[in-house]
Structures are given as structure tokens and as C-alpha cells.
Write a protein that binds this ligand. Sequence first.
Ligand SMILES: Nc1ncnc2c1ncn2[C@@H]1O[C@H](COP(=O)(O)OP(=O)(O)OP(=O)(O)O)[C@@H](O)[C@H]1O
Length: 302
Amino acid sequence: MALVVICGQPCSGKSTAALCLAEALRESESKLNVRVIDDAYFHLDCNQSYANMTAEKNLRGVLRSEVDRSVSKDNIIILDSLNSIKGYRYELWCLARAAGIRYCVLFCDVEETQCQKWNEQRREKGEAAYDNAIFEDLVRRFETPDKRNRWDSPLFELWPSKDGIQKSSAAILDAISYLTKKVDSKSRDVKILQPTIATQNTRFSEANSLYELDRATQEVINVIVEAQSQAIGGPVNGVSLGRDLPTLNISRSVGLPELRRLRRTFIKLTSQTSLSGPPPPADAESAKRMFVDYLNRELGTA
Ligand SMILES: Nc1ncnc2c1ncn2[C@@H]1O[C@H](COP(=O)(O)OP(=O)(O)OP(=O)(O)O)[C@@H](O)[C@H]1O
């Protein structure tokens, strides 16, 4: 039915907002099947989960797989995590699209100093709090959602430090209305994602989309190999793959075997998306965008 991505800085009220929304949704329609998936699913505390890039990537991977397994036409999945990386939100949006369900982002917009205060209060109460270095690093790397991006839209903004978090908060009410609205052919304000949305008027067959994926990712690999040969082993930063596509930022020299392995993993991951619904993104542009985001996360500094 829907995927709700909660997004916000560390200690910005995300879990409070996720529980508030889940409760309000259950109250609005008793039959609604609502499930919150959060970082605790990984059985690590916040400092372990975000201790380093590997731990963080593992957490993201586990949560993404769990979302992929769980989303369906019959439930509402609320993903309560930082979800601070734009490319990761794009991947989540792709999962929703593959499942043919609604998607939205609920953003807890809190100033960094306030998040720090709440984190400090947690520590004083003896609750699990972020270590300062981890907190600052997460804050620095946060990529604020932008409603102009498909994967950040519709965007419901909550201001927990100004307004608190209540079932009557405008953002919670708007999200509920969006998630529960009955849709007919005339509804324009509720978007149920369709697998072919990126391709607009061209419908590729599944074999075709895998071919596109294969070709697009190979093109990206070729660009990296070429850029690395020009950089003579140095980092590959800011390499463009075309207008409207993210730039490649790879912090170290990466050999062809590792690039091939990453490409295989990415293709597997993206194709598996289609098991829960219709085919994965079929156009070359989407495939390239996803692959570059994936490589930047796996090999870059982000
Ligand atoms: N509106 C608010 N007013 C006062 N305190 C708040 C408010 N919202 C959250 N807090 C406090 O901030 C702390 C963090 O809340 P919460 O756990 O919901 O944040 P979070 O963003 O999910 O944290 P994490 O990044 O660890 O997942 C809690 O200790 C809570 O008491």
C-alpha cells in the first residue's frame, strides 16, 4: 500500500514521529496493517551502527532488504532511520515503484543545536546517546530532502522543536490523508508509483530492461576505467556521466575485478527488486543514476 521514509538528523525526533504516525494511522482505520522498521532491527546501538562506513553500509543494506521483503499492496511500512543520503532515498523510492505502491517522506526538521541538546539529555538520563564525533559526522553528511526530487516527494515537514510531535501536527495529518485517500481515476494528488514512470511512454520487456541495466552499468565502468587511467591511480572526483546525472566521486584507485564485482552485485540487487513486483527501472538514465549513487556510496567518502 505504501512506504513512508522518515528522514532527519540524529536525535531529531524521528522515532517519536514514526510511532506517532503509526498510531494515528491505526486509529484512522482499524484494519490498516502498519509496521515500523527501525535501526534496532539490526540489534546494534547507534554508536555501533554508525561507527564507520562499513557498519553504516551494512545497516542500510539490511534495512533496505527488509523494506524490500515487507512492502506490499496491503500494508504501510514506515522506515525509521536517518535516511540521510539522497541516493539511498532514491533506492527506497525504486523499491516502492517496483512494488507499485504509494511513497512519501516525513522529514523531522530540527536545528543541529537542538538535536545536540536532546542527545545530551539522553546521555544525562543514562539512555543510549550518540558519541560526539559520530553525531557531528552524521550531521555533516546529512543531505536535506528536496521536494523537487521524485524520491523526496511528497515531502511532509515536521518541526518537532517548534511545534512538538502530535497526531494533530499538520505534517502527520497531511501524511495520513495522503496515505489513506481512496484513489479513483480522477485523483491527481495521490501518486501510486508505477514501474514504468521513468520511461513514460516506452514500455520495455523485462529482458530488455536487464539488457539496458547491463549496458548502462558497463558504460559507467568504462568511464571509470578511462578516468582512472587519466588520474594515474589518483581519486576520481567530479567525473560527469551526462547532464542531470550525479557525478562520480571515488576516493581511491579501484581495480577492474572489484569494479566488476560491484557491478554484478548491483545488477543482482536491482533485478531482485523486480521479484516483489513489476520490472526494475528500464531506462538507461535511471540505471546509470542508481549505479553511480551506489558506487559513490561503496567507494567514495559518502
Ligand atoms: N518535540 C520534542 N520535545 C522535546 N524532546 C523531544 C522532542 N522530540 C524528541 N525529543 C527528545 O529527543 C530525543 C530523541 O527523540 P527520538 O528518539 O524520537 O529521536 P530520533 O531522531 O529517532 O533519534 P535517533 O537518531 O537516535 O534515531 C528523545 O530523548 C526525546 O525525548
